[in-house]
Design a protein around this ligand. Structure first.
Ligand code: UD2
Ligand code: MN
Length: 602
């Protein structure tokens, strides 16, 4: 099997290489440049930190004129690091419950309000593009389950604020049977939801329809329900925690107008789950690995799509068989529709001039109603419908173990290969009706670089952040607490992951007391581990963890009022009270007391 399949990857047909040459040319002349030149652009300084925030419109652009790059360059840093500062118990409750329920910083999200400006992350050349006058109208479909109100409304308002009126046919919100009742026990939560969504829409939003599912359907059937209510010419699907960027829609509609069998995805920019900072993402294209996990590849035109964010001619969506109704809750639908598009006569493009930000969370904050592993179920369905003999190459064990966390025993149960995935006859009938190509054709023509690896060694998904080089160190020295006159050190070995930090007598000779503070605002002890906060409980003391390089829980600001301020928990490090428990530190609400003053001394 191996040698036969390997051969497929050695034959590149002429069509593919010509296409790739063109795409690579475009990539290097447009996309990558865009990425490099905009990488360091600060996000515009519209966030004035105010001690108390009210809900509502958030920060507004002052004169309403479009922001230019020089404005961006001139503007001072983006979100004040103190936007997430905790002032009282209620703030803490919002933040901690927010992480628990949504896996991102809801305190910051609420304070940002429903409108904000995001940096224009497009390449300069995108701004000079001229798009056809006559373009199809769009219905935006946003399906949500237990979404934070502020994130959902910022998604909706970003669309209303940045989409030409005549092209926006409607926005359809599908509430996938959210369990709002569960939040009522928490006063802070209740406050955020007091403004009922129906009322808000009726009073403030035109063109927005709300559909409520009678029972939890999952995002796949949820999107189909949304689409069934849509009447615009093009369907655009978004997640419920996105912010669209400048002129995002025109470049998506244009290729669809030219060829209605073109399905397009925007570039998905990154909104940090911990700080809500919006930053450009490198241009990549979607791939997958043999564990059937979506992964990013570094080229802009795409064998697969990431998932939720794409635009497609509405009639074509139906002709092509919508989604697989038998897929539950989450996962796999992106690969299924990607294979179907390419194999059945369409094409899938990532459009570098269209940018949409998405809050990338470290974990999914919800499960499926019965606790089933829907990713495995959905993946099995798509493999059996679309992947022909290649499905035997899928490392079933790999994705099952990944999805079911530690439950290694699945990997030891070969009968999983025979796990029930439901009736797929309707999907096979679609494949026959559309006379789709074989999976071999797809691999040969659309994804020739896909490596066939041993089923027991699935390729690792590629994560964008991991590729970054180590940031520059700005300052080195001991961290002395001014009240206690003691230095912050590891309680045990500084190399012990998860270890606590405590205060001990300062010793200028001891390399294990040396902290490095770098440009990413990380604090690294003895060159080994980073000072890190648990995301769930802002009251927990910090600990030492492997540096992950993505800010948030490892992002500290130093200096102002001599605070050691933790950006994602919005509190300051202090000597624990009462002082009798000598040497212990904890996170507390920032104030002027000497117990929270620190100096990094060389
Ligand atoms: C990614 C996709 C997502 C989807 C998923 C695979 C992006 C940016 N995101 O995961 O769109 O393709 O991969 O299935 O490409 N939701 C419901 N009901 C549910 C579960 C989720 O309505 O039972 C909503 C949820 O509120 C959100 C959307 O579906 O708006 C996508 O879910 P997600 O954000 O948890 O998925 P994500 O971003 O991890
Ligand atoms: Mn999402």
């Amino acid at each position: 099997m191996g040698s036969v399949t390997l051969r497929y990857f050695c034959y590149g047909c002429l069509f593919t290489s010509v296409t790739w040459s063109i795409l690579l040319f475009l990539y290097f002349n447009l996309s990558q440049e865009s990425h490099l030149s905009l990488r360091n652009v600060p996000i515009q300084g519209h966030h004035r930190f105010q001690p108390r925030f009210t809900r509502g419109p958030g920060i507004q652009k002052k004169d309403g004129s479009p922001l230019r790059k020089d404005h961006l360059e001139a503007a001072k840093p983006d979100l004040s690091p103190e936007l997430g500062m905790i002032f009282n118990k209620q703030d803490q409750e919002v933040r901690d419950m927010g992480y628990h329920k949504h896996a991102f910083n809801v305190l910051i999200s609420n304070r940002l309000g429903y409108h904000r400006y995001v940096p224009d992350t497009r390449n300069d050349k995108c701004r000079d593009r001229i798009y056809p006058k006559l373009l199809p109208t769009a219905s935006i479909v946003i399906c949500f389950f237990n979404e934070a109100f502020s994130a959902l409304l910022r998604t909706v308002h970003s669309v209303l604020d940045r989409t030409p009126h005549h092209l926006l046919h409607e926005i359809i919100l599908v509430d996938d049977h959210s369990e709002l009742g569960k939040f009522l026990g928490c006063s802070a939560w209740f406050d955020d939801l007091k403004e009922d969504l129906d009322t808000y829409i009726r009073q403030h939003l035109q063109k927005v329809k709300l559909v409520r599912n009678e029972k939890r359907e999952g995002l796949i059937r949820g999107r189909m329900i949304g689409a069934s209510h849509a009447t615009g010419e093009v369907l655009v699907f978004l997640d419920s925690h996105c912010e669209v960027n400048e002129a995002w829609l025109l470049p998506l509609l244009t290729p669809i107008k030219e060829n209605r069998k073109t399905v397009v995805c925007p570039v998905i920019d990154i909104i940090s789950a911990d700080t809500l900072v919006y930053s450009p993402s490198p241009i990549v294209r979607g791939g997958f690995n043999w564990g059937l996990h979506f992964k990013w590849d570094p080229v802009p035109v795409s064998p697969t799509m990431a998932g939720g964010l794409f635009a497609m001619d509405r009639n074509y969506f139906y002709e092509l068989g919508q989604y697989d109704r038998g897929m539950d809750i989450w996962g796999g639908e992106n690969l299924e529709i990607s294979f179907r598009i390419w194999m059945c006569g369409g094409q899938l493009l990532i459009v570098p001039c269209s940018r949409v930000g998405h809050i990338f969370r470290k974990r999914r904050p919800y499960g499926s109603p019965g606790g089933q592993d829907t990713m495995a179920h959905n993946s099995l369905r798509l493999a059996h419908v679309w992947m022909d003999d290649y499905k035997h190459l899928i490392n079933l064990m790999a994705f099952v173990t990944v999805c079911v966390h530690q439950e290694q025993y699945f990997a030891l149960r070969p009968e999983l290969r025979n796990r029930d995935y439901g009736d797929i006859s309707e999907r096979i009938a679609i494949r026959n009706r559309l006379q789709c190509h074989s999976f071999k054709w797809y691999l040969d023509n659309i994804y020739p670089e896909m490596q066939v690896s041993s089923p027991h060694k699935p390729q690792q998904p590629v994560f964008i952040n991991k590729a970054l080089k180590r940031p520059k160190v700005l300052q080195r020295g001991r961290l002395r607490n001014l009240q206690a006159d003691l230095c912050l050190v590891a309680q045990g070995r500084p190399s012990q992951k998860g270890g606590a930090v405590v205060l001990r007598d300062c010793d200028t000779q001891d390399p294990e007391q040396e902290w490095a503070y770098d440009e990413e605002h990380e604090l690294i002890l003895a060159g080994l581990l980073c000072l890190d906060m648990s995301e769930i409980r802002s009251s927990d003391p910090p600990r030492l963890m492997k540096c992950h390089g993505s800010g948030g829980s490892q992002q500290w600001t130093l200096g102002k009022k001599n605070w050691l301020y933790q950006v994602s928990v919005g509190q300051c490090l202090a000597v624990s009270e009462p002082p009798s428990i000598k040497g212990y530190v904890s996170m507390v609400i920032c104030d002027d007391s000497r117990s929270q003053q620190w100096q990094l001394e060389a």
